[in-house]
Write a protein that binds this ligand. Structure first.
Ligand SMILES: [Zn+2]
Length: 342
């Protein structure tokens, strides 16, 4: 299996995030992707290739032009506002109920386009996010060219970013841009999101669409991030009615219960009969993930890969969450090997 990877992700190295009432060291760090890359080499998964540049056009098929402009300029705008400081840009006020959307200064733009305090914009964030999209698109191009599978080692991740919102460590929605690029070439994509957290951004982007199926297995938002989306009754709207399937699971879900939800998800994908499958591959379902509460073990990730391979579809894996640095690379490659060995 080919892996696509860009060292540009190293430019995005957030220092801190504000969560649970405190400022804490960032968990979405460059070492995540570097460790996975090393493990792919060590276990000889296949060649690691650089992406090609696709420019803004494929991004603008999914994200609003104003949002893209905001993100491109956000760090410089922030530095202009706070020239004597070195802190990364993090929103601290939002246009909540009764207030007006306003994009007059960088503080209001951050609050208008950002959904949480865990997703800092650093000097290199835009370049890294753009490269992550190129990584996903290069994998999509490989699949379009006839590859049976490809791994996009995307960092920063993407599935929490919607058309005009960044959040949940995500800026551009890598998997959504890739799915749209494939749809624009006449293919029918299904997206399976197996990250611990609901892929609210991906859901929002395709919620009213008849041509893209979105299925997500995740921690119930009744207790987990993103808190405001990902419930079981969100089934799509308009032409997209019935083409959004959320399978929220309780805290401490282990493989047995997870496998049942996975079978339900795969059944729905089969019914839709896609030309291509995109997997939002989050590894934060691991039992020792520092920010999550599922109980999947190391061996379970082989089973996950095997089960996905059972669909017999061209498959693009896009890297999302997963924060246990010691196990992350091993379990990521377990999924890829489980898939390839099927
Ligand atoms: Zn996650």
């Amino acid at each position: 299996m080919k892996t696509f990877y860009s060292p540009a992700h190293l430019l995005h190295a957030p220092k801190e995030e504000f969560e649970a009432g405190r400022l804490s060291p960032a968990v979405e760090v460059p070492e995540r992707a570097e460790r996975v890359r090393a493990e792919i080499e060590r276990r000889k998964v296949g060649p690691i290739l650089p992406p090609r540049r696709f420019g803004d056009d494929p991004i603008l098929r999914v994200h609003g032009a104003r949002f893209v402009s905001f993100l491109r300029a956000a760090y410089d705008d922030w530095r202009t506002r706070y020239p004597d400081d070195t802190a990364d840009a993090i929103p601290s006020a939002w246009p909540a109920r009764g207030m007006r959307l306003n994009a007059s200064d960088i503080e209001s733009r951050l609050g208008s386009y950002g959904s949480d305090t865990a997703t800092p914009i650093t000097r290199g964030t835009f370049e890294a996010a753009q490269a992550a999209v190129d990584v996903a698109l290069s994998a999509a191009e490989a699949i379009h060219g006839g590859e049976g599978a490809a791994f996009a080692l995307t960092r920063p991740p993407g599935h929490h970013a919607s058309g005009d919102l960044f959040g949940g460590y995500c800026y551009f929605n890598n998997v959504a841009v890739a799915a749209q690029w494939l749809a624009d070439r006449g293919l029918r994509p299904a997206i399976l999101d197996v990250d611990y957290h609901h892929g609210n951004g991906t859901q929002a982007i395709f919620y009213a669409r008849a041509d893209v199926l979105f299925v997500s297995i995740h921690a119930d938002p009744a207790f987990a991030f993103p808190h405001f989306l990902g419930f079981g009754d969100e089934r799509g709207e308009g032409e997209g009615e019935g083409l959004n399937l959320n399978l929220p699971l309780p805290r401490f879900t282990a493989w047995d219960r997870y496998a049942e939800a996975l079978q339900t998800a795969l059944r729905r994908v089969r019914e839709f009969s896609p030309d291509v499958l995109l997997v939002s591959l989050g590894l934060d379902t691991f039992e020792a993930d520092p920010i999550s509460h599922f109980r999947l073990g190391r061996e379970d990730y082989f089973r996950l890969g095997e089960a996905i391979a059972g669909l017999c579809k061209p498959t693009l894996f896009a890297f999302e969450g997963g924060y246990n640095l010691e196990a992350l690379s091993e379990i990521t490659v377990n999924v890829l090997e489980g898939f390839a060995g099927h």
